[in-house]
Design a protein around this ligand. Structure first.
Ligand SMILES: Nc1ncnc2c1ncn2[C@@H]1O[C@H](COP(=O)(O)OP(=O)(O)OP(=O)(O)O)[C@@H](O)[C@H]1O
Ligand SMILES: [Mg+2]
Length: 362
């Protein structure tokens, strides 16, 4: 094999997505390891067989392949279903089909790039409870304003009364009034955050700067538990287009949750990297984009299955003093940035929260 053939073969096998080379008679000629992984079968079982072996009863895949052979055009974002035999299951895939050209530019076959979409679909499923928010928006905003106005009056009166009253224990009652009014006010503000139409001020943002500012704020709380942060940053991470203040809210909520879940003496890891697994596509954009991932990993108490099912649902909390709004607000902001949040957790072992953010908004 020549050097250049070696190089081509290496590229073929190193690509993260599945890749198939299809002959003009639509049989599978070559595949990389990802295809075997994705379909849970060895290449012996499908090489030299028809394309329907991997995509049975999906005539559109065959039709588009024929079109590529005849016209030489590329087709992006072709939706299809991969089929596994053992155990029998189907999974969503996204295909890119392009002509495979010889050096004289004649079409020798079709190259199919196969992207497994299971993870993205799963993320979308998990986010569904937050959709209820859309309908709530207008009503809640109106209510929130109406609640905050009288609160100001109550707080002011209680403070005046406190100055007049000499009895210490009666003063304490009024302190409770003021601090509880403040609690309602904070809560209402957060509900407003949750239902406010998105109004982002996008600018080039250094995610490490955002994270560091929050870690400085939260360090004491973790130190009080004898814990510490461990930052594992990828220095080559590109800046992202984002609303810095809003992102601060996201990571503040997530890091607070990680600290609250942590046991004495444990660490909370903050990891950043470029996402290689998949890319999130903005609804309006035809091209998949590069993403960064920020992971917040705690080895704290973890969550039960029930809590995991209820994640992102406003007001769902397992904490005495929680309002259950942190994750719902974070998800709203991340979605406004065309990003995704994925949470995996095991009771007693800990939780990993992954925030995927596109580097550019189109
Ligand atoms: N890192 C984590 N480890 C364990 N459980 C978590 C973690 N993050 C979230 N949870 C669970 O998800 C629930 C909802 O979290 P969320 O941040 O939305 O609300 P909260 O923390 O309870 O209250 P708030 O953030 O509004 O003060 C929590 O009550 C907790 O049960
Ligand atoms: Mg929280």
């Amino acid at each position: 094999m020549t050097n250049s053939e070696h190089l081509h073969q290496n590229i073929f096998y190193s690509i993260i997505d599945g890749i198939l080379l299809i002959s003009p008679s639509l049989t599978i000629q070559k595949s990389n390891l990802t295809v075997e992984d994705m379909f849970h079968r060895s290449s012996d079982s499908f090489l030299n067989r028809g394309l329907e072996e991997l995509f049975p009863r999906q005539s559109h895949v065959l039709d588009i392949s024929r079109k590529v052979l005849v016209t030489g055009a590329c087709y992006h974002d072709v939706e299809a279903e991969g089929v596994r035999n053992t155990p029998s299951s189907r999974f969503p895939v996204n295909l890119t089909l392009s002509p495979f050209l010889e050096s004289d530019d004649s079409i020798q076959g079709v190259l199919i790039l196969v992207k497994n979409m299971s993870l993205i679909r799963e993320l979308e499923e998990r986010e569904r409870p937050a959709d209820h928010l859309k309908n709530l928006g207008a009503v809640t905003m109106g209510m929130a304003h109406e609640i905050r106005n009288p609160l100001g009056g109550i707080r002011g009166s209680a403070q005046l009364l406190r100055q007049e009253i000499k009895n210490k224990s009666h003063q304490e009652y009024l302190d409770v009034v003021v601090s509880e009014v403040d609690r309602i006010d904070r809560m209402v503000k957060r509900i407003m955050d949750l239902t406010r139409p998105s109004d982002l001020r996008m600018e080039s943002t250094n995610i490490h700067k955002v994270l560091e500012e929050i870690l400085v704020l939260e360090k004491d709380t973790l130190t009080r538990k004898n814990g510490r942060f461990e930052q594992i940053y990828d220095p080559s991470l590109p800046p992202i287009e984002a609303d810095e203040d809003q992102l601060k809210q996201v990571f503040l909520n997530l890091i607070k949750n990680a600290i609250e879940a942590s046991r004495k003496g444990s660490k909370v890891q903050i990891v950043t990297r470029v996402s290689s697994g998949f890319s999130v596509k903005a609804a309006s954009s035809p091209v998949p984009q590069q993403n960064i991932v920020v992971e917040i990993i705690d080895s704290g108490e973890g969550m039960t299955e029930e809590t995991q099912k209820m994640l992102f649902t406003p007001f769902h909390t397992t904490k005495k003093k929680g309002s259950g709004l942190g994750l719902a607000i974070s998800l709203k902001i991340v979605k406004d940035h065309n990003g995704k949040i994925k949470i995996t957790s095991e009771k007693g072992l800990g939780t990993t929260v992954q925030v995927f953010l596109p580097t550019r908004q189109r």
